[in-house]
Write a protein of this length. Structure first.
Length: 92
């Protein structure tokens, strides 16, 4: 199995108004973004080209808001996620 292009563990994943996991994982692998629980179960996933992500003005430096399959998630604890998504979507 190949290494993922990006992986961040210990990420808090919230779907307003509740927390889904406090120690989840965000992974970009084979052109897909996956949100996983601390046990490795998939919360949601989509091709990186279909994911919208950004940092609202009110967010902390380590928070990102991502829309995956029409559902908004707040991801806390991964400062490099936005740049990894940008890199993954610009690859040929």
């Amino acid at each position: 199995m190949a290494e993922p292009e990006f992986s961040a563990t210990g990420v808090r994943i919230d779907r307003w108004p509740r927390s889904l996991t406090r120690a989840g994982e965000v992974r970009i692998e084979d052109g897909r973004l996956s949100l996983l629980t601390s046990y490795g179960s998939e919360i949601d996933s989509a091709p990186v080209g279909k994911v919208r992500a950004g940092r609202p003005w009110f967010a902390k430096p380590d928070e990102t808001v991502a829309t995956v399959n029409g559902t908004r998630y707040r991801l806390s604890g991964s400062e490099r996620l936005l740049e990894a998504l940008k890199r993954a979507t610009t690859r040929p």
